[in-house]
Ligand binder design. Structure first.
Ligand code: ZN
Length: 134
């Protein structure tokens, strides 16, 4: 795996969270995007080389809604950039990690993504993401 691509943070009040993180990081949200497959709205902020993704549930059955019900607001996942997501998924599977999807999905920010179940990753939801070059 390459670098940490971003850190995902689950939020309840999208507008307030955007304002809070803009103030905290002293930078503006540069992209807002809805991901229908996950029923979430995302906002991205860049801080130096690091990226933060804010995630708001768009429906009650969104994974973000379920997360917030269980754990409240806060860090939701850590995303790692990979060059070949299918190869990395196969490697993790062979190492005994539980993947939440068998095929890469199209996520926010033009990425192919796959999630690793937190139960198999020390309680942390891990996202693999590969940039899609258009
Ligand atoms: Zn993410």
């Amino acid at each position: 795996m390459n670098k940490v691509e971003h850190i995902g943070i689950a939020v309840v009040d999208f507008k307030a969270a955007c304002a809070l993180y803009e103030k905290l990081l002293n930078t503006k949200v540069y992209k807002i995007e809805e991901v229908d497959s996950e029923s979430v709205r995302t906002a991205f902020l860049q801080s130096g080389p690091n990226k933060i993704e804010l995630l708001e549930a768009l429906s009650d059955d969104s994974p973000i809604a379920k997360f917030i019900t269980k754990k409240g607001e806060g860090i939701h996942h850590i995303a790692f950039e990979v060059e070949d997501i299918r190869a990395e998924m196969a490697r993790l599977k062979s190492e005994g990690f539980v993947l939440l999807n068998d095929e890469p999905k199209l996520g926010a920010d033009n990425k192919l993504v796959c999630f690793v179940h937190p139960k198999s990753a020390g309680g942390v939801l891990i996202e693999l993401c590969q940039s899609v070059h258009s």
